[in-house]
Design a protein around this ligand. Structure first.
Ligand code: GDP
Ligand code: K
Ligand code: MG
Length: 296
């Protein structure tokens, strides 16, 4: 019997918004740590998700998608973050949605590294019923870049993720594990709590979502076997408060109830959650707001 060497390395997940990067990472690690939604640009921060096997540890880096339409400072920061995350990884997963290869996808392809293995991951297999069309599409995609390998998956339905891991594993360097084996993310519970509330805001506000909005965990306390979490939703103007709160407080109530249930599942304990809406005002708040984005 030969000894299999332990392998551990970083795997970046890239692709245009909405191809399913966050969904893929959550399913690969078996926990929901990265927020997902139908809206582009839900993921604003880099999130590392860790998956440990008896002989390997995969550290997945979910990159924020990039924005090609609004060229503001925030979007530049997002694009730089994508480039950064590609610079120092052992393998890249480039995610495409089956049967769609758009200009936005090509912009991401242009940023793919030449010296690092890049695996083409065709997601949303459940939407591609025709096998012939699918293989023609794979050929079309392969003509765009010298991908090291290809795998077809459904992130949402957890299909063929084991096959994908089999293709990634050989690219991980021989190394001791970098994280404890029961750790699923290097993000703090405080960070994850804010992300969960953000996800619900995206989900329930839809198009009404104020563009300038931020979520801040004001306090996170352990109280016996439960967590007490106080979260502020910061909006720009007084007039935006009712959008988040809803008639008779109904929207905010839905948002906080769903967020609490997700938190209880993720943290595996009872959670008391209070969410309220505040208008950001003045210089001090602006500084804090920028720091939360990790920009300054
Ligand atoms: P990201 O912007 O690339 O991180 O994409 P998300 O993970 O937020 O997913 C965008 C949307 O695609 C969400 O509505 C997901 O539920 C959906 N999605 C992700 N994977 C699949 C899949 O395998 N099949 C289908 N039908 N939808 C998926
Ligand atoms: K998204
Ligand atoms: Mg995402």
């Amino acid at each position: 019997m030969t000894d299999t060497p332990y392998r551990c390395g970083f795997v970046a997940i890239v692709g245009r918004p909405n191809v399913g990067k966050s969904t893929l990472m959550n399913h690969l690690i078996g926990q929901k740590i990265s927020i997902t939604s139908k809206k582009a640009q839900t993921t604003r921060h880099r999130v590392n998700g860790i998956y440990t096997e008896p002989n390997a540890q995969f550290v997945f880096v979910d990159t924020p998608g990039f924005q090609t339409y609004h060229k503001g400072a925030l979007n530049e920061a997002l694009n730089n973050s994508v480039k950064d995350s590609l610079a120092n990884v052992d393998c890249v997963l480039f995610v495409l949605e089956a049967m769609r290869l758009s200009a936005a996808d090509r912009e991401v392809i242009a940023l793919l590294p030449k010296k690092t293995p890049v695996i083409l991951v065709l997601n949303k297999l459940d939407k591609a019923k025709d096998r012939l069309l699918l293989s023609a599409f794979i050929e079309e995609a392969r003509a765009e870049f010298p991908f090291t390998d290809v795998e077809v998956v459904s992130a949402k339905h957890g299909q063929r993720l084991g096959e994908l891991l089999d293709k990634v594993r050989p690219h991980l360097p021989e190394s001791v594990p970098l994280y404890p084996e029961d750790m699923v993310t290097d993000k703090t519970q405080r960070f994850l709590a804010a992300e969960i509330v953000r996800e619900k805001l995206f989900r329930y506000l839809g198009e009404e979502l104020p563009y300038e909005m931020n979520v801040e965990v004001e306090s996170f306390e352990v109280d016996g076997s439960m967590f007490r979490i106080y979260v502020a939703v910061l909006v720009d103007k007084e007039g935006q408060k009712p959008i988040v709160i809803g008639r008779g407080g109904e929207k905010l109530k839905k948002i906080s109830t769903e967020a609490r249930l997700d938190m209880e599942q993720l943290f595996d304990c009872k959670v008391f959650l209070e969410v309220w809406v505040k208008v950001k005002s003045g210089w001090a708040d602006d500084v804090r707001f920028l720091r939360d984005f990790g920009i300054n």
